[in-house]
Write a protein that binds this ligand. Structure first.
Ligand SMILES: Cc1cc2nc3c(=O)[nH]c(=O)nc-3n(C[C@H](O)[C@H](O)[C@H](O)COP(=O)(O)OP(=O)(O)OC[C@H]3O[C@@H](n4cnc5c(N)ncnc54)[C@H](O)[C@@H]3O)c2cc1C
Length: 372
């Protein structure tokens, strides 16, 4: 059996690379790449072997996402959100859904962000009201990746009772009372279809609760955040790797005919390429060390989880900016392939927890203060 990261690399080069430019320009769901991921078994990567999954961990999930992101940021982001939602379904969900994910029949995502609490995803304002053996959901979710294509949402609300900040639910996409709003028309990740979803009296079985009532915050921070932060860091790492490759191809191939030299023969250009490579390798070491810290249950794992998203997100904006500079005027045009990655790389720093929130959390942790 091919190892999952090699398999993801094959899907990236055989399918994602050819469709990504059109996915970006049409701002459409990357169906071909997600179908390939689905049929390869990679949707079940982190599902337990008990339900037919591969039983892999954080590091392998990050490796898969990174390989896909080298060619298609949107496909990688959808896969990242699938793993971030799957990790909590694996822990608290019903067996039928877990088995469907493991078998590649079920794509899922996170519906945390809300119009009212914005990037403060830990503070949902949407409500969950018990009605017999059902729960009525009302909310204004502001960003839900692949909202129209997934099979379910891992959904946050206020608890049904008590003062805790949140409760999580598994919400089937086709639940009556849910409505996806508008189209996703954005600077980057244009195929990720992250649109608002409104719930107006949407009813789900009370048994769809994930974890205890009021335990949402613990699940968000203890279960979802490690997978999400590591995988979104991997999206950014893959975008950097793709851009470094495209930049080297461009500067090696383009020539000043009147001088008989290539762009790579300019020392300034070579120095920028070196800086891009060094920064990307530093980011890779942090991603790999975070995966290792999580796998070993190291005491510094939480700090690494916070650091990796902040550091890799910021590094990506710098490396992708350098790619635009080094490839010159040509970089403004689509055919070089760096401008799409440059645009896609803008999301990593503003997706919650944003870089600035992470700086605050890390500073508080280092100074012995409570995070919230
Ligand atoms: C491409 C994309 C896909 C997404 N997909 C999903 C998804 O699938 N599911 C989901 O739930 N959400 C998703 N999101 C939403 C995302 O996680 C954030 O909630 C959203 O980007 C926040 O945007 P905002 O304008 O509301 O931020 P605001 O809250 O308005 O933030 C504005 C600025 O204030 C800063 N700021 C806010 N609070 C603090 C603080 N305490 N300390 C320091 N600075 C602070 C922020 O860093 C930011 O710079 C997605 C976002 C993007 C861009």
């Amino acid at each position: 059996m091919t190892d999952p990261i090699t398999l993801a690399g094959e899907i990236a080069s055989s399918t994602a690379a050819s469709h990504a430019p059109e996915v970006d320009s049409a701002s459409r769901y990357p169906a071909e790449t997600l179908d390939a991921i689905r049929s390869s078994g990679l949707l079940g990567l982190i599902s337990s072997p008990e339900v037919g999954g591969q039983g892999r961990g954080h590091a392998e999930a990050a490796g898969v996402v990174e390989r896909i992101a080298r060619e298609c940021g949107s496909s990688a982001m959808i896969t990242c959100m699938h793993y971030a939602a799957t990790v909590v379904i694996e822990q608290c969900g019903d067996e039928a859904t877990r088995r469907a994910i493991a078998e590649g029949r079920h794509l899922t995502t996170l519906a945390f962000s809300e119009a009212g609490s914005r990037s403060h995803f830990w503070a949902p304002l949407g409500t969950a009201t018990p009605e017999g053996d059902q729960i009525r959901l009302d909310a204004r979710k502001s960003w839900v990746t692949a909202a129209r294509q997934v099979d379910s949402y891992v959904w946050s609300s206020k608890p049904t009772a008590g003062e805790a900040p949140s409760t999580l639910w598994l919400v089937p996409r086709e639940t009556a009372g849910l409505e996806c709003q508008g189209e996703f028309d954005a600077i980057g990740l244009r195929g990720n279809g992250s649109v608002p979803v409104h719930a107006d009296g949407a009813r789900i079985p009370a048994s769809n609760r994930l974890g205890e009532d009021g335990a949402g915050m613990d699940l968000m921070l203890g279960t979802v955040l490690p997978m999400f932060n590591l995988c979104i860091s991997a999206v950014n790492l893959g975008l950097m790797e793709g851009a470094v490759q495209k930049t080297i191809e461009h500067v090696s191939g383009k020539r000043y005919e009147h001088l008989g030299t290539s762009l790579a023969e300019l020392p300034t250009i070579r120095a920028y390429v070196a800086r891009m490579r060094i920064a990307t390798d530093q980011a890779r070491l942090l991603v790999e060390d975070t995966g290792a810290a999580l796998a070993a249950g190291r005491p510094d794992a939480v700090l690494r989880v916070l650091e990796s998203k902040a550091a890799v997100g910021e590094t990506a904006t710098q490396v992708l900016d350098l790619a635009m500079r080094v490839c010159g005027g040509m970089a403004f045009r689509k055919e070089v392939g760096v401008e799409r990655r440059f645009r896609d790389g803008r999301a990593g720093t503003v997706m919650a927890p944003t870089t600035d929130q992470l700086y605050d959390f890390i500073g508080k942790a280092l100074c012995g203060l409570d995070l919230f």
